[in-house]
Structure formats: C-alpha cells, structure tokens
Design a protein. Structure first.
Length: 276
C-alpha cells in the first residue's frame, strides 16, 4: 500500500453561468492562488464549467476519457500547477443517449491523467413549494457504481451534491477504505440554508472521515440560486475551513493520522452492528 501523508486541500467556490470561458478563467485564477498557498489537491464544484439552459449544455458535452477542449484545459492546468485537480461535476456525453449526459466527478493527478471517474448516482428530482422545482433525471442519467480515488493522503470517496442525503453510500465508501469524501455541489439556497452543514457534519461524524465540499454560490438565473458555504470538515465533525459567500477558496490539511486517532479513540465504525 503506498505511503500517505497530510496534504493541503483547497475547496474553490464560484458562481457559474452559461459562459464557459468566463467560468474557467475564474476557476483558473482561484486555483493558481490556492496552489501558491500550498494546496496539493484543488477541488471544484458541481457544474463548474456551465450552469445554464439545457440547450446550451448540450453544446459543450464531452465524452470521457478522451474529452475535448474543457478537459484538455483542465489537464493543462493540473500540469501547470503541479497539483491534483477534482473536477466536481463534468458534463459527460453519453453517445448512446445524446439527449442526456452524466454528471461526473473527474479526478486528475498532477500530470493531467484521469485517475478516477464517478458518475452521480442520486439525481435531484424535487418539487418544494416556494423552493426548488428540479428534475435532474430529465437531462441526466444516473451512475451505478461507487468510486474511490487514490490520493497522497489516502482513499477519497467520490460523491456529488444530492448524494449527500444518502448515508448508505458513504458507509459503503468508508467500508472500502475511504478516509475522506468529496461532495462537490450546487446546493440550492433553500435546501442549503436548512440542511447543508447538518448533512455534511453528519457524514463526517458517522464515517469518522474528512468531508471536502466545494460549492457553487449565488444567483445563476431568475429561478436558480446556490447556497455557497464551501467547507472542509474533519473526522470529529469540526469545520476546518469555510467560504461563506462570494468567489474564493479555503484550504485545510487532510491528515490520515487524525482519522486513525479519532477512529481509535471512539471506535464507532468497529462497533457498528448489522441488523434486520
């Protein structure tokens, strides 16, 4: 098993719109600043390159792993910064289903190579009075497998946004060896205000793992706004770093020794019982 070490991780927060170039320019600038402060893994939010009308999204889909101009630009940035890069929510083309796409987390290492691909399993189909009314499954196909990425600090369980509400997914990833979980998101302002911190801290505490959650913020359109509050949480459930609102980044160290310490002192994972 490769050795692991404490690693500085950055969550990057921005407000994506329909202008791919503007979105990527903002992310590049913020990532350069985070790397200059020592971040070795830089994480981006769900829908990082485009958040707009479905018709526009269809024009920028890219098949994976071969990719296109968006992926190549991200790969070049990882190489330039000599950092790993988590593309939180990539719009992945489905050749056999051209009207839909996958919502995919792409883990790039510092050479720009794809090391892991995770397709979002739980799709956001909700109708909340005076709140979000979204049917993600109309435009997006669900993934069907869990994915772990190997990082310098250890195993990272990949999840996306609405997955956060399904603790069994995180239990499965933890059972597979994950000591941290990524949750790139575009959490709505309504649900985020009520549930974001509670759910993230619960997943960290239940799994005695770090939670790394880069998020979109602000108004995207007349009927779509994101909550922001990108955050990194430790295995005790404490917030280590957070961005309240606006574009920016936050950095914290993810330390496998801290995970081991918490799991030894309070062995709830070992004490977990299976029942009917």
């Amino acid at each position: 098993m490769p050795s692991t070490q404490a690693t500085k991780v950055a969550v990057v927060q921005h407000n994506a719109g329909a202008d791919v170039e503007a979105n990527l320019t903002t992310l590049t600038t913020l990532s350069q600043q985070a790397a200059a402060e020592g971040a070795r893994l830089i994480t981006w939010a769900e829908a990082f390159a485009y958040l707009g009308r479905h018709e526009g999204k269809q024009e920028i889909l890219e098949a994976l792993p071969e990719g296109g101009p968006i992926l190549r630009r991200c790969q070049a940035l990882a190489q330039q910064l000599d950092c790993d890069l988590l593309l939180g929510g990539f719009h992945e083309a489905i050749p056999e289903d051209p009207q839909r796409c996958y919502n995919t987390s792409v883990y790039l290492d510092s050479t720009g190579s794809i090391k892991a691909l995770y397709r979002k399993i739980h799709l956001f189909d909700v109708n909340i009075p005076d709140g979000p009314q979204l049917q993600e499954s109309r435009q997006t196909a669900a993934g069907d497998r869990t994915v772990i990425a190997a990082t310098s600090f250890g195993a990272l369980g990949l999840t996306i946004c609405y997955d956060l509400r399904f603790p069994a997914l995180y239990e499965s990833l933890t059972n597979q060896g994950a000591i941290a979980h990524s949750v790139p998101s575009a959490f709505t302002a309504t649900t985020g205000d009520a549930h974001w911190h509670a759910l993230l801290r619960a997943r960290a505490i239940e799994n005695q793992s770090y939670v790394i959650a880069p998020a979109q913020h602000g108004q995207h359109s007349a009927n779509r706004a994101s909550y922001g509050h990108s955050v990194i949480i430790d295995p005790w459930g404490q917030v280590l770093a957070e961005i309240d609102d606006g574009d920016g980044y936050a950095i914290a160290s993810v330390d496998p020794n801290e995970v081991a310490r918490v799991r030894e002192q309070l062995p709830s994972l070992k004490n977990r019982q299976h029942f009917r």
